[in-house]
Design a protein around this ligand. Structure first.
Ligand SMILES: [Zn+2]
Length: 152
């Protein structure tokens, strides 16, 4: 069985910033950007910068999760494999992004980051969770399901 998005959504392409409509009942990972043809979701976390994040926050109404991390952060590295697994598991419904807080300090500051890693989730155009601290394995899967209301 293929997981699908629950409601009609506007999904911003992180390659070209075009806003794409995705209808309820469609699998996100099957969608392609109408302008550049890039897949709207991949089974891997995608690195974005502060500017792309601004565009997502301004226009996107789909479900997405952001990992705010830094290369020197041990707990961030500890969480990375579970985050990869989550991106693969939920690719049909949720997009997974990473923001390097060293390279995007003003964006991280704007998000009110006090410690890393911090996971932030958005759904239907609103920030729905802001969680500091590493989560691993099934704990991360449960957090994503409960935060975004997924049955999968
Ligand atoms: Zn595009």
């Amino acid at each position: 069985m293929v997981d699908t998005v629950a409601t009609d959504s506007v999904v911003v392409c992180t390659q070209c910033d075009t806003a794409n409509r995705v209808a309820a009942g469609k699998a996100l990972s099957a969608g392609k950007c109408g302008k550049c043809g890039h897949p709207l979701a991949t089974p891997h976390p995608v690195a974005i910068d502060g500017q792309t994040l601004q565009r997502l926050m301004a226009r996107d109404t789909g479900a997405y999760v952001l990992d705010v991390w830094a290369p020197w952060c041990g707990p961030c590295r500890m969480m990375a494999p579970a985050y990869e697994q989550a991106a693969a598991r939920f690719a049909d419904q949720v997009r997974f992004f990473k923001l390097n807080s060293d390279e995007n300090q003003s964006a991280a500051g704007g998000l009110g980051i006090r410690g890393i890693p911090t996971l932030i989730a958005w759904d239907k155009g609103r920030m729905v969770a802001h969680q500091a601290g590493a989560q691993t394995g099934e704990g991360l899967m449960r957090w994503i399901r409960s935060t975004l209301g997924l049955n999968a």
